[in-house]
Design a protein. Structure first.
Length: 149
């Protein structure tokens, strides 16, 4: 579900608190935010905040199909979790790969990852970089294959 924005979620939480108060039930603002998040299918308020960011056409949502590179290896997968990190538009993203990704570039051994989490910016680029200066993770929304519509 696409949400209008974080302000709308907060407004919904305020309306919920008001309605419950009229019936003699007390609820903190934080509890109301958590309940509104769950009503929209999110795990918690932080996940809802990360998913509700509609200011950028590149905003990510839980369940999005994504492609990109992890440790410079190509992958396709699905976003399984999102949460806002700090106040600088960074997002912790949890990606489940369709196929395990070998993150070792040596021929003598391999190390496969099936699921990773990383802190990214609003463009899907990891904040941290590998020793050669490349971001750990780069993701973008997967384009739909017209054959599967």
């Amino acid at each position: 579900m696409t949400l209008a924005n974080i302000a709308e979620l907060k407004t919904q939480a305020k309306r919920l608190r008001t309605a419950l108060a009229e019936n003699g039930q007390s609820l903190s603002h934080a509890q109301a935010l958590e309940l509104v998040s769950k009503q929209h299918g999110f795990r918690d308020w932080n996940t809802a905040c990360a998913s509700a960011r509609n200011s950028s056409p590149r905003s990510f949502k839980v369940g999005d199909r994504v492609t990109g590179t992890y440790m410079q290896q190509a992958f396709a997968g699905e976003i399984r979790g999102l949460s806002k990190v700090g106040q600088n538009d960074h997002i912790r993203v949890d990606v489940q790969f369709d196929q395990p990704v070998d993150v070792v570039t040596f021929d003598s051994f391999s190390s496969y990852r099936s699921r990773v989490n990383c802190i990214i910016d609003e463009d899907g680029i990891a904040v941290k970089k590998t020793s050669n200066g490349e971001p750990y993770l780069k993701i973008k929304i997967a384009t739909a294959d017209p054959k599967h519509r």
